[in-house]
Design a protein around this ligand. Structure first.
Ligand code: AMP
Ligand code: ZN
Length: 496
C-alpha cells in the first residue's frame, strides 16, 4: 500500500504567507490580493436591494464572495467584510407604495428574509452591514465635497448631478469610451425613460447624486442643502464603503452587471472627492442563467431559496451548485444539477464522518476555524492540490475535483495515527473554505407545507378508495419533485 505523506511543508525561507489571488477587473489580470496595511483585508460588497426575496443569481454572487472571504480567513488573514443593505432606491420606494407598507417596515421584512436565507446557506455574516438610510449625513457630505471641487452641480429642481466630463479617469474600470457612455442609460436605477429629466443635466452621461423629492416618493425624503430629496444609488456605496473601510481599501465586489455604471460611478464620486485611489482591486462574478436563459419573472424561471426547498432540495444542495462553477464563468442552472450536488454532498459527508472518527476529533473541532488553522499545514498537506486551486483565482470546480481525487487516494492508502488528525483538519480546511456544512441533519429535507397537505389529501383519498383522485395527487406530487411511499398505516414523503 502506498504511504501518504502527511507532514507539513514549511519553507523556512518564506516569510510571507500564501495569498489568495483573483482576477482584478481594474488591471484585467490575476493579482494576489494582499491587505495594504499587512494586517486585515478590507473587502466591500454591494449588498442586496431589499424589495423582494433574493433570487438564486443574487445568491450566487453573495456565496462566491463568501467562499473568497472564508478562503482568506482560513489562510490566517482576518477580513473586514462590509456589505451594505440598499434600503432606499426607486425599486424599494415603488414596491413599498404598491404594497401600501411604509418603506422602513417594508425593507425591514425583506432584510430579515435575506438574513434567514444567508444563514440557511451557511454564509458568514459580514463584519458590518450598514443600511443606506442610516448614512444620509455621510452621503450629503460627499456631495458637498464634490460641489466644492467642481465635480457636481445642482439643478433647478433640487437634484444634484455628477459631471462626468470633470473626471478624467472616467471609464477606466469598464473601459468604455465617453462616446459609448453618453449614449448609455445615465441612471439605470431610474425606471423612468432616459430623457425624463434630461433637460436638467448638462450631459446625458451625468448621473444623479441627489434626487429631488417627487410626488411618488411620498414621505420618503431627507432635508439637504438642496432641498428635500434622497440619495442616488451609486452614492450610497461610496459613502458607506469609505465610512467603514477608509478612503482606500483592498477589494470591492459585486455581480458583473455592476461594473458599469454602478462601480464606475462609485470610483468617480469617491476619487474626485478624496484624490486618493478608491478600491485597490475589483472582483466581479459572472451571471447565473437558468436553463440557458436570463432569469426573469416574466419567463417564470426566477427561483428563490424557498422555491428550491419546495422542490425537495436543501440549502446545502443549492450552495454546492452555485459555488461549484468558476466565478468568472456564467453558470447555467438546472434543477438536475441539484441531484448531482446531493450525491456529491452525501459522499463528502460520509468522508467527513469517517475522518472525524479515525482522527478521534470532535465534530465541533472539525468546523472550528481556530482548530483548523492550528492543526492543518499552511498548504493543506495531503489536500494541497485542492488548496492550491482555491487560492489560485478561486478555482472552486478545480478544488472540488482535487478533493474527490485525493479522497480516492486516501481510501487506498494507510496513514499513521499522527497523520490522521492532520488529514482530518486539512480536509476541514477545504470544507470550511467552501462553506459546506456536512452535519448529518443537513441531509434531511423537510417537505414544505403545501406538499405535506397534498400528501395528506392523497392519503385520505386512498383511504376512501377514491383511487383516481389518489393517483392524480401522486402525479402532482411527483411533478413537484416528491415521491410517496405507502406503509401499512401511513406514508412517507421522499424528495427526488
Ligand atoms: P441587487 O439585490 O439587485 O442589488 O443585486 C445583488 C447582487 O446580485 C449584485 O452584486 C448583483 O450584481 C448580483 N446579481 C444580480 N443578478 C445576478 C445574476 N443573474 N447572477 C449573478 N449575480 C447577480
Ligand atoms: Zn454598490
Amino acid at each position: 500500500m502506498k504511504k501518504i505523506e502527511s507532514r507539513a511543508h514549511t519553507d523556512p525561507e518564506k516569510t510571507q504567507k500564501m495569498a489568495v489571488s483573483l482576477y482584478d477587473t481594474l488591471t484585467r489580470s490575476v493579482q494576489e490580493i494582499r491587505p495594504e496595511d499587512g494586517k486585515t483585508l478590507r473587502f466591500y460588497c454591494c449588498g442586496p436591494t431589499v424589495y423582494g426575496p433574493a433570487h438564486i443569481g443574487n445568491l450566487r454572487t453573495f456565496l462566491l464572495q463568501d467562499v473568497f472571504r472564508r478562503t482568506v480567513e482560513i489562510s490566517g488573514l482576518p477580513v473586514n467584510h462590509v456589505r451594505n443593505i440598499t434600503d432606499v432606491d426607486d425599486k424599494t420606494i415603488r414596491e413599498s407604495n404598491n404594497k401600501g407598507v411604509p418603506l422602513k417596515e417594508f425593507t425591514r421584512e425583506w432584510t430579515e428574509r435575506f438574513h434567514r436565507d444567508s444563514h440557511a446557506l451557511n454564509m458568514l455574516a459580514p463584519t458590518a452591514e450598514p443600511a443606506a438610510t442610516g448614512h444620509i449625513r455621510q452621503q450629503i457630505e460627499l456631495i458637498e465635497c464634490l460641489i466644492d471641487r467642481g465635480h457636481a452641480y445642482a439643478s433647478k429642481s433640487g437634484s444634484v448631478y455628477f459631471r462626468v466630463s470633470s473626471f478624467e479617469d472616467y471609464g477606466r474600470l469598464s473601459r468604455l469610451r465617453e462616446r459609448e457612455i453618453t449614449t448609455g442609460r445615465a441612471t439605470p436605477d431610474d425606471d423612468e425613460p432616459i430623457d425624463a429629466d434630461e433637460y436638467e443635466r448638462d450631459s446625458g452621461a451625468d448621473f444623479a447624486l441627489w434626487k429631488a423629492h417627487k410626488k411618488e416618493d411620498g414621505d420618503v425624503f431627507w432635508d439637504s442643502p438642496w432641498g428635500r430629496g434622497r440619495p442616488g444609488w451609486h452614492l450610497e456605496c461610496s459613502a458607506m464603503s469609505m465610512a467603514f473601510l477608509g478612503e482606500t481599501f483592498d477589494l470591492h465586489g459585486g455581480g458583473v452587471d455592476l461594473v458599469f455604471p454602478h462601480h464606475e460611478n462609485e470610483i468617480a464620486q469617491s476619487e474626485a472627492c478624496t484624490c486618493k485611489p478608491f478600491a485597490r482591486h475589483w472582483f466581479h462574478c459572472a451571471h447565473l442563467m437558468v436553463h440557458g436563459e436570463k432569469m426573469s419573472k416574466s419567463l417564470g424561471n426566477l427561483y428563490t431559496l424557498d422555491d428550491i426547498q419546495a422542490k425537495g432540495y436543501g440549502p446545502m444542495d443549492l450552495r454546492y451548485v452555485l459555488t461549484s462553477a468558476h466565478y468568472r464563468q456564467q453558470l447555467n442552472f438546472t434543477i438536475d444539477s441539484l441531484n448531482a450536488a446531493k450525491n456529491a454532498l452525501k459522499r463528502l459527508r460520509k468522508k467527513a464522518d469517517a475522518l472525524i472518527e479515525t482522527a478521534g476529533i470532535t465534530r465541533e473541532a472539525f468546523y472550528d476555524p481556530e482548530a483548523i488553522i492550528k492543526n492543518s499545514p499552511e498548504d493543506a498537506g495531503v489536500f494541497r492540490t485542492a488548496w492550491q486551486e482555491l487560492i489560485d483565482d478561486l478555482n472552486t470546480p478545480g478544488a472540488l475535483g482535487e478533493v474527490f481525487r485525493t479522497l480516492g487516494r486516501i481510501e487506498k492508502a494507510s496513514i499513521d495515527a499522527d497523520g490522521n488528525k492532520q488529514l482530518a483538519f486539512s480536509f476541514a480546511k477545504i470544507i470550511h473554505a467552501l462553506g459546506l456544512d456536512l452535519h448529518p441533519d443537513q441531509e434531511k429535507t423537510e417537505a414544505p407545507e403545501e406538499i405535506r397537505k397534498l400528501a395528506e389529501e392523497r392519503w385520505q383519498a386512498k383511504k376512501r378508495k377514491d383511487f383516481a383522485r389518489a393517483d392524480a395527487l401522486r402525479e402532482e406530487l411527483n411533478e413537484a419533485g416528491w415521491s410517496v411511499l405507502d406503509r401499512k398505516d401511513g406514508y412517507e414523503l421522499e424528495a427526488g
